[in-house]
Write a protein of this length. Structure first.
Length: 116
């Protein structure tokens, strides 16, 4: 099983980025897919999750600015980030949550830096 994130980079405050995470090695249609982030010197935190039926949960800190979506035909989850702030700077990870902890899989992370 492998999850590969892409789309990170350097962006100015107020800008936008779209992260992608492509999963392979399993049927992820019934998995919860999510995005987490770890800011410098801080703990990893949840950002947004999308259920197998498309229902989404988004953390208050990013609600209205970030949108999570999934394309089951491509085994891919996306995070559209807009109105980025310096405090959004972090390594962003995707997580595929299966039916039990041993079926939870993390990507390697992608760096997002918001700076003028």
């Amino acid at each position: 099983v492998q999850l590969v994130e892409s789309g990170g980079g350097l962006v100015q405050p107020g800008g936008s980025l779209r992260l992608s995470c492509e999963a392979s090695g399993a049927d992820f249609r019934r998995y919860v897919l999510g995005w987490y982030r770890q800011p410098p010197g801080k703990e990893r935190e949840a950002v947004a999750r999308v259920m197998y039926n498309g229902r989404t949960m988004v953390e208050d800190s990013v609600r209205g600015r970030f949108t999570i979506s999934r394309d089951n035909s491509k085994n891919t989850v996306y995070l559209q980030m807009s109105s980025l702030k310096t405090e959004d700077t972090a390594v962003y990870y995707c997580l595929a949550e299966g039916p039990a902890p041993e079926y939870h899989y993390w990507g390697q992370g992608t760096q997002v830096t918001v700076s003028a």
